[in-house]
Design a protein around this ligand. Structure first.
Ligand SMILES: Nc1ncnc2c1ncn2[C@@H]1O[C@H](COP(=O)(O)OP(=O)(O)OP(=O)(O)O)[C@@H](O)[C@H]1O
Ligand SMILES: NC(=O)c1ccc[n+]([C@@H]2O[C@H](COP(=O)(O)O)[C@@H](O)[C@H]2O)c1
Length: 168
């Protein structure tokens, strides 16, 4: 059985890692859909799809279960987005999400949706991490070591600081 977990993962953090580990208790393989794949180089979406795939693949490579990290671009038609996701991913039976739109779209498609338990959401949040990167706070403690390496490899903190605040 495969489970689908959708997010933007800007960046992939320890809260996401915990969710994937919880999903692995339920299913044999996890499909991580890297949403808004076309977006990068903005304050809300600083990292490319390839960089996010690299973060997820490396952070989870020591797990026994197979993880597929698949970029999925946004579509200007919510009504057919689930079909679009299916067309990009290996078959899955269950979706894990707290995003109300995603829950609704998959439930209308008769797919079982399960809630993700939030893990220290006040710290483990993409927004908090991006703000710390910009402001010089300690973001490194909030992401897996492998994600820290990918951010450093692409000089991600400097990229974020150079971005225009109006892009958020
Ligand atoms: N700390 C966390 N614990 C458990 N689930 C989380 C946590 N943070 C995010 N999630 C869940 O992971 C999914 C994907 O999250 P997403 O990529 O939007 O990260 P985020 O931290 O919410 O980022 P942002 O602050 O940029 O919106 C969502 O369903 C979200 O609810
Ligand atoms: N019509 C669409 O393209 C559509 C619909 C629902 C969710 N999504 C995407 O799913 C992802 C959900 O992730 P977040 O939980 O980070 O918002 C985002 O990338 C969002 O753009 C896209």
């Amino acid at each position: 059985m495969r489970g689908l977990y959708v997010g933007r993962f800007q960046p992939f953090h320890k809260g996401h890692e915990r969710v994937v580990d919880d999903i692995m208790d339920d299913v044999d393989e996890v499909v991580v859909a890297v949403g808004s794949a076309q977006k990068s180089h903005t304050l809300r979406n600083p990292f490319t799809a390839g960089e996010r795939v690299s973060m997820i693949t490396k952070a989870l490579e020591d797990r026994d279960e197979t993880v597929y990290a698949i970029p999925v671009e946004d579509l200007n038609r919510n009504a057919v987005w689930t079909t679009h996701v299916r067309s990009m991913c290996p078959p899955f039976e269950t979706v894990y999400s707290n995003n109300p739109l995603i829950v609704r779209l998959f439930e209308e498609d008769d797919v079982e949706v399960r809630e993700c338990v939030l893990f220290e959401r006040d710290r483990f949040s993409g927004r908090v991490i991006r703000e710390r990167m910009r402001d010089g706070g300690d973001w490194r403690a909030l992401v897996p070591d492998e994600v820290e390496k990918v951010v450093d490899e692409v000089d991600g903190v400097r990229r974020l600081r150079d971005l225009d605040a109006d892009d958020y």
